[in-house]
Design a protein around this ligand. Structure first.
Ligand SMILES: Nc1ncnc2c1ncn2[C@@H]1O[C@H](COP(=O)(O)OP(=O)(O)OP(=O)(O)O)[C@@H](O)[C@H]1O
Ligand code: SF4
Ligand SMILES: [Mg+2]
Length: 376
């Protein structure tokens, strides 16, 4: 499909105001057991045409953050605070009705499970044409042609005949392509991809990620790619934000993050990337310990119970996200990786026989191998 509709709407290029500015965003769920601080003071900016990877373990708040930015979290037990400015317009406080002018047309999302966004009892082509007709107000015939072109653009073979099949008649990879086509249908300026490949096998994962990357470049879209796997965003994003317990704990241009990561949690995530030398693409190692309870999180640094570098100060004082010397690099840690104070903290914990430090020490060789071994 021609990308004219999207490119016509884009009036600004990088260097202008960021398309998205998120400031101190909080999304808390009030449940019987207490308040779940799923997103707890997140700030970032995203320039037009750029791609941001949001990485973190299960439960770190990646999906809630994405849905909060898109205002898909509007429910009675949700308390949201802060600011989400899209193209200069504040979105927080907008109703579902007002957000309909944005969803699909300005911003769209590709979900983890294609069946979440596809209606199982409606043929694929009709789902796409309904979407196109609703937003772009085209005739039935024009919408059909547009839908077939969309299917072709996401490399679905014989799109004319696939138009009339039900989602269950397609493979998982094909279904995800349909979801991507649907998300792209109205030429959004911004695309959220929330773990778009976790349900797919490795070969198909790469194809879908390449497809998303291509679509992003061809259409000059701004993209947020959410994943638990740092390996997925390596080489595919301009910047990466690492989330832990509802906060960004490290943020940097992608190359800087891999070359000079400062946060022990980022280092631990890096150790869990499946390597090319591991053909089964299974995880190398899980991060020791469990993610924190978001209702009663640990005091001080929330990573402290699991951190190989943790010192007394970490259990008492929560570190703030601060700028490093490299432009665009920020991290929140009292004893950063690769610094004299970080090295001293690690060695002191080793000498004291702290289990998380001993466990991490056993894995450090794998990390160094990975960083220099071309997986990044
Ligand atoms: N509607 C809700 N009510 C209460 N808690 C919620 C709700 N939605 C999400 N949460 C909690 O918010 C936290 C963050 O969830 P989120 O889905 O954003 O994690 P995630 O990083 O996307 O994880 P995953 O990798 O498993 O998708 C989790 O502890 C989750 O249980
Ligand atoms: S060293 Fe301290 S502040 Fe840094 S991540 Fe570990 S526990 Fe948190
Ligand atoms: Mg999620």
């Amino acid at each position: 499909m021609s990308d004219a509709p999207s490119s016509q709407r884009i009036t600004k290029r990088p260097g202008d105001d960021p398309l998205l500015v998120v400031e101190n965003l909080k999304t808390h769920f009030h449940i019987d057991a207490g308040v779940v601080r799923a997103v707890d003071g997140v700030s970032f900016k995203l320039d037009r045409g750029k791609t941001l990877g949001i990485v973190g373990e299960s439960g770190s708040g990646k999906t809630v953050l994405s849905r909060s930015v898109m205002r898909l979290n509007i429910a009675e037990n949700v308390e949201t605070a802060g600011s989400v400015k899209y193209d200069g317009v504040e979105l927080l406080g907008k109703s579902n009705k007002e957000m309909r002018d944005y969803w699909g047309v300005e911003m769209a999302m590709v979900f983890q499970d294609p069946m979440t966004s596809l209606n199982p009892v409606v043929k694929v082509g009709r789902q796409l044409t309904e979407h196109v007709r609703y937003h772009l107000n085209t005739s039935k015939k024009e919408a059909r042609l547009a839908a077939i072109e969309l299917l072709r653009s996401v490399k679905i073979p014989e799109p004319e005949s696939r138009f009339d099949v039900y989602p269950h008649e397609m493979s998982g990879g094909m279904r995800q392509r349909v979801c991507i086509a649907s998300a792209l249908a109205c030429g959004p300026k911004m695309l959220f991809a929330d773990e778009p490949t976790t349900a797919l096998d490795v070969t198909v994962q790469h194809q879908i990620l390449n497809l998303l990357q291509q679509a992003q470049q061809d259409r000059f879209m701004t993209m947020i790619m959410v994943t638990h796997d740092l390996g997925v965003v390596a080489g595919r994003t301009d910047d990466i934000a690492v989330m832990y317990a509802g906060k960004i704990v490290e943020k940097a241009p992608t190359r800087t993050l891999f070359a000079q990561m400062k946060h022990p949690y980022t280092q631990a995530l890096l150790q869990s990337i499946p390597r090319a030398s591991n053909p089964k693409h299974t995880r190398l190692s899980a991060i020791s310990g469990r993610p924190p309870d978001l209702i009663n999180p640990p005091s001080g640094c929330k990573f402290s119970p699991r951190c190989p570098y943790a010192q007394d100060k970490c259990y008492e004082v929560e570190p703030e996200l601060k700028a490093d010397t490299t432009p665009g690099h920020e991290f929140a840690c009292h004893f950063p990786v690769g610094t004299p104070e970080g090295d001293a903290a690690f060695e002191a914990n080793m000498a004291a026989g702290k289990p998380q430090t001993l466990a991490a020490a056993g894995k450090l060789a794998a990390t160094e191998d990975l960083v220099t071994g071309g997986a990044v």
